[in-house]
Design a protein around this ligand. Structure first.
Ligand SMILES: Nc1nc2c(c(=O)[nH]1)N[C@H]1C(S)=C(S)[C@@H](COP(=O)(O)OP(=O)(O)OC[C@H]3O[C@@H](n4cnc5c(=O)[nH]c(N)nc54)[C@H](O)[C@@H]3O)O[C@H]1N2
Ligand SMILES: Nc1nc2c(c(=O)[nH]1)N[C@H]1C(S)=C(S)[C@@H](COP(=O)(O)OP(=O)(O)OC[C@H]3O[C@@H](n4cnc5c(=O)[nH]c(N)nc54)[C@H](O)[C@@H]3O)O[C@H]1N2
Ligand code: SF4
Ligand SMILES: [Mo]
Length: 709
């Protein structure tokens, strides 16, 4: 029997594609994009187009496993056990640890394996809250940018992707659209056919930059200076929207005074972009309308990433482009869904366990947490939806912690990863083909139900079912641990957010995707709303959900936090102008692979072959020559935290190079696939950003030399 099931891709990607899975006699035989999805439009990225290779990979974890040899990467160090044995062992160890050290000595560790609302954060949170485990501060990706964005406009939402087709001037700012957000590209192409210009601001010459009309290779971490320089010109030349500014913003005079301090010549020194180009960009952006900025997370993985994002967010407020269809700015739109997360996660359960909220441990600083946290020290680590032994900064410290023989580590995974190398117990996890979920997005405004297409392979269990079983085994009798998946979806949708009005599970199951109800239309009796397709212009008339109700060029909240209430540029400590560059003159971009997803997919041969040269260190000829390095040479890249041997790729042309002078780039890979058993995160640091306690993957200084074995 053949059937086609509607699902939604849950990987950590803005696009949240609508997916159709063909099932024949219980087996998935085809995956394709859902042609009816208005944004993702029937195509999938290359890696997910090969998803059958992932679901049916011979390397899947199929059964619970127990370690039989010492921790570390070595073959066949696990034996198969039953789920009963696994759950017994985990609960036995947890009970002992709780009795001896208290529940906060247990640390959950999860991030973006699946962004499904339930399997991302629901039963797992209930479990750890009820246990009284330490809380994880999940800031490895986006929180600096979020805080910077919200400090100006109050909420995490922005221009819908469909509107980019109407833009006349598009800036991709720290945004690798072709690699990381490919479903925005057709809208940009449509705009360009109508004459729009695409500008890319990125130190690295990405595929997006190569295809753009204008690429500005900016020095890493200097975006706040560029934004201030643009505002300097826009204010100086009277190109701002005085009416919009006076009605809907606060702090213009403070901003004006600040921008005065950033004339283009000075900004050119910081950014490496000429004063003429800064003036030209400012004039074009302010006058070729509608103009829109697709800023992505690239600019906020930097020491002062929060302030960089704050400065960029001010631009559309200054020129009033929020009024126009095809104007404004998009970083992430996830704040618009407003699902009832509290009902899914039930933080009140911590009260029962501890009588207070549990302590918070930052995920970026996992190495420090495992090696030096006290009162109490971490005794057990429970990893799911994440591969910290690959993705976490300061890899050597992370591995040192994971190797601790006294640390009890459980990893719930689809594959044997760098992290399972250090697990005591490995549990098998389902893929999205094998469980049901509710799927929001961070790059568009459609909500979807992702249906279960097939039975779980082997003895895999979803995160929801695994934590349900663990809670039962721990003896947690609260009703919430017996709640069904459907009831949890219903509960997530029961939220005060007016844009969810009329959106029910029943409708999602029938209609597959529903745009948020922005015009708050009434739903007719049969459950169908008239299609709400009017462009979403959230800030056309102000309505910023900030403390002042206006876009904040001046923020009292930041001032209270001891931060600059306006915005300023300070060079990142680890950068060419920074205080910690001595001895390590090259700025490293420890980048994402275009065809993998962070560390996911790297282990699948059919996907890996799409990412040739993943072990390369890209260098500019000037920097290579100065070190006697030629294309193809093996080089040692190092700083005070670690070293890694990579193959030098030196650009053939100074003008068309992938990296500008002073910048080197390498891609994230699994440690076990790299020659020395370490990956590029041996060079990145635990330092947190100025706002949002996020990671600083793109503020890293290193030195490079020829490798002599
Ligand atoms: N194919 C693929 N898709 C992905 C991912 C993946 O790994 N692979 N990861 C997913 C995840 S988790 C996320 S968060 C999103 C992220 O998507 P993006 O935000 O696009 O993420 P990045 O690739 O980190 O950064 C974007 C660009 O910023 C540039 N950049 C670095 N430093 C600076 C700077 O200081 N200034 C400026 N202007 N640019 C800078 C980088 O060179 C990069 O090309 O993508 C998601 N999609
Ligand atoms: N050097 C460098 N490091 C980086 C970045 C970078 O750009 N450069 N990017 C950073 C960013 S932006 C992010 S978001 C993080 C991402 O870090 P992670 O969220 O850890 O992302 P992945 O590497 O995709 O690993 C997710 C793991 O979850 C597993 N998984 C998938 N679905 C499920 C499920 O349903 N259940 C369970 N139990 N497991 C599942 C996958 O098999 C995979 O091994 O990495 C960060 N690290
Ligand atoms: S990873 Fe992104 S682009 Fe690829 S299928 Fe999933 S949502 Fe779509
Ligand atoms: Mo991310």
């Amino acid at each position: 029997m053949k059937r086609v099931v509607h699902a939604a891709c849950p990987h950590d990607c803005p696009d949240a594609c609508g997916v159709l899975i063909t099932i024949e006699d219980g087996r998935a035989t085809k995956i394709q994009g859902d042609p009816e999805h208005p944004v993702t439009d029937g195509f999938l990225c290359a890696k997910v187009a090969k998803y059958l290779d992932r679901v049916y990979s011979p390397d899947r974890v199929l059964y619970p496993m127990r370690r039989v040899k010492a921790k570390g990467p070595s073959e066949a160090s696990f034996e198969r056990i039953s789920w009963d044995e696994a759950l017994d062992e985990i609960t036995h160890r947890f009970r002992r640890i709780v009795a001896e050290y208290g529940p906060e000595s247990i640390l959950p560790y999860s991030y973006g394996g699946t962004l499904g609302a339930l399997n991302g954060a629901s039963m797992d949170r209930r479990f750890f809250h009820r246990l009284g485990a330490s809380q994880l501060e999940r800031t490895i990706c986006s929180s600096a940018g979020e805080e910077g964005l919200k400090s100006v406009i109050g909420i995490k939402l922005g221009t819908e992707p469909e509107q980019f087709a109407h833009s006349r001037y598009i800036i991709a700012w720290g945004s690798n659209i072709h690699g990381n957000n490919v479903h925005l590209w057709p809208f940009i192409e449509e705009a360009r056919h109508k004459g729009a210009k695409l500008v890319v601001i990125d130190p690295y010459r990405t595929r997006t930059a190569k295809l753009a009309d204008w690429h500005l290779p900016i020095n890493p971490g200097t975006d706040a200076a560029l934004a201030l320089g643009l505002m300097h010109v826009i204010i100086d030349e009277n190109l701002f929207d005085a009416d919009y500014v006076s009605r809907y913003t606060v702090g213009f005079e403070d901003l004006k005074a600040r921008a005065q301090q950033y004339p283009p010549e000075k900004v050119a020194h910081w950014t490496g972009i000429s004063a003429d180009d800064i003036r030209k960009l400012a004039r074009e952006y302010a006058t070729q309308r509608p103009s829109v900025i697709r800023v992505n997370y690239g600019i906020q993985r930097s020491d002062r990433g929060g302030m960089s994002m704050r400065a960029v967010t001010m631009l559309p407020c200054l020129i009033g482009s929020w009024k126009e269809c095809g104007g404004g700015l998009q970083l992430s739109v996830s704040g618009s869904f407003g699902l009832n997360r509290a009902a899914l996660e039930m933080p009140e359960l911590m009260q029962k366990a501890l009588g207070r909220p549990a302590r918070i441990v930052n995920m970026v600083r996992l190495g420090s947490a495992l090696n030096s946290l006290t009162a109490p020290a971490i005794q057990a680590l429970f990893v799911y939806n994440s591969n910290p032994a690959a993705v976490c900064p300061d890899h050597n410290e992370v591995v040192r912690g994971l190797k601790r023989p006294d640390l009890f580590t459980v990893v719930h995974e689809q594959f044997f990863t760098d992290t399972t190398d250090y697990a005591d117990i490995v549990l098998p996890a389902t893929t999205f083909f094998e469980h049901k979920d509710l799927q929001a997005a961070y790059g568009h405004y459609y909500l979807q139900v992702s249906n279960q297409a097939m039975d779980a392979v082997g003895e895999c269990r979803s995160n929801v079912e695994m934590f349900r079983a663990l809670a039962e085994r721990m003896g947690f009798e609260d009703d919430c641990f017996r709640e069904t998946v459907d009831s949890m979806i219903d509960r997530a949708l029961q939220s005060p957010n007016p844009w969810l009005k009329g959106i029910t599970r029943d409708r999602l199951e029938r209609e597959h995707r529903i745009r948020l109800n922005f015009n708050n239309q009434n739903i007719e009796k049969d459950g169908n709303a008239a299609a709400d397709t009017a462009p979403f212009l959230p800030f056309a008339q102000g309505n910023f959900p900030t403390p002042s109700g206006k876009a904040e060029f001046y923020s009292e909240t930041l001032k209270r936090q001891g931060l600059d209430p306006v915005v300023a540029f300070t060079p990142p400590e680890e950068s060419r102008h920074g205080s910690k560059a001595a001895g390590f003159p090259l700025e490293l971009l420890a980048r994402k692979p275009d065809n993998h997803l962070n560390s996911s997919f790297a282990n699948l041969p059919s996907v890996r072959q799409m990412e040739p040269g993943i072990g390369d260190l890209e260098m500019h000829p000037t920097d290579a020559e100065a070190r006697g390095v030629r294309d193809g040479d093996r080089v040692r890249a190092f700083n005070s935290r670690g070293q890694i041997v990579l193959q030098a790729r030196v650009d053939s042309s100074r003008i068309d190079g992938s990296v500008p002078p002073g910048v080197v780039a390498a891609r994230l890979d699994w440690a076990r696939f790299s020659p020395g058993g370490t990956n590029i995160n041996v060079l990145t640091s635990e330092k947190l950003t100025d706002m949002g306690n996020a990671a600083t993957f793109y503020s890293v200084c290193i030195e490079v030399e020829l490798f002599r074995a």
